[in-house]
Design a protein around this ligand. Structure first.
Ligand SMILES: [Mg+2]
Length: 311
């Protein structure tokens, strides 16, 4: 492997796709189970809840083909596909790090013929049994010791620990993490300013809220994006420089001397040398009352609420 490789790691729901795949399946295949899914938020661990509801979906006669056809209908923005292809063409390694499951993600990627772009997918394992019942289990199983992340990551998956393993696996030229939700905050704290790492945070969702609550924990440059076109522009900036079109997303960490129109928080946020000790002192209760959930309730958007609580 070339030492000059970049590592791109993506969340899936509301990051690579503009939907929550867990919610999308039930919304389109069973209105009743979709309502149960929403009503169960916060009462049952999310992966365990999907496993139970997928059993009920099977009992109601929904087939493997129904689920696969539904997943293949999730829109995948062409600009995101173009951005992913550019990253790959430039020799980068691409990973997905998600709290969905292997069947959902692989089915969507195959539907758009982009599965070959990714080196790996880290998510909850899933498979259809011989009858066509989809089973999903926790990535960090109940047979293991708790992952003990000091941040309030879900017991089934600490994205920060998994990203750290990827970071430690190679002397990357740069690491870029892209996400939207509260569970993308922990991996965002693992990136390095010295390596010019980037956090690409979706604007207006709970990752932005978490970053603004605890900016001292995120040492890397933060760039906010809103839609697939933004992602494509940022990707072009990363590889070809931010002056190439006059559309500038990236800040000074890429070495440009031009006036910045960046949406980065970098001018507001001082990187903290005591970030790790701050993580250690973070109380779980403190973050569980995060404005992420409150803002979702206020928005009265059930899909966003599902995602916010899930994360
Ligand atoms: Mg997400």
């Amino acid at each position: 492997m070339s030492p000059s490789k970049r590592l791109f790691v993506f969340d899936f729901d509301w990051t690579l796709i503009d939907a929550d795949s867990d919610y999308f399946v039930f919304e389109h295949l069973s209105a009743e189970l979709s309502k149960i899914q929403l009503d169960s938020i916060g009462k049952v661990q999310w992966t365990d809840l999907q496993q139970r509801l997928l059993g009920e979906l099977f009992d109601r006669g929904v087939s493997r083909e129904d689920i696969e056809r539904t997943l293949a209908s999730i829109p995948f923005a062409p600009e995101r596909i173009e951005a992913l292809k550019l990253m790959k063409e430039q020799g980068s390694d691409l990973y997905i790090l998600s709290d969905a499951n292997t069947v959902y993600i692989e089915t969507v990627l195959k539907a758009y013929n982009i599965d070959h772009l990714f080196t790996g997918i880290i998510t909850n394992p899933a498979s259809f049994d011989s009858r066509g019942r989809l089973n999903v289990t926790r990535y960090h199983g109940l047979d293991k010791q708790p992952h003990q992340c000091p941040l309030p990551c879900e017991p089934n998956l600490c994205k920060g620990l998994e990203l750290q393993k990827l970071i430690d696996s190679h002397p990357w030229e740069q690491v870029v993490y892209m996400g939207d939700a509260s569970n993308d905050f922990c991996p965002s704290t693992r990136l390095s300013r010295e390596r010019d790492d980037l956090v690409l945070a979706r604007r207006g969702l709970s990752l932005e809220t978490r970053i603004k609550e605890r900016p001292e924990l995120v040492k890397a440059e933060i760039v906010f994006w809103q839609d697939a076109q933004d992602v494509l522009e940022i990707t072009r900036d990363i590889f070809f420089g931010r002056n190439r079109t006059g559309v500038a997303f990236l800040g000074s960490s890429l070495g440009s001397t031009a006036a910045s129109s960046t949406t980065s928080l970098s001018t507001m946020v001082e990187s903290s040398s005591s970030a790790s000790s701050a993580v250690d002192s973070l109380s779980i209760d403190e973050v569980k009352t995060s404005s992420q959930v409150l803002s979702a309730v206020e928005s009265s958007d059930s899909k966003m609420f599902a995602q916010a609580v899930k994360a």
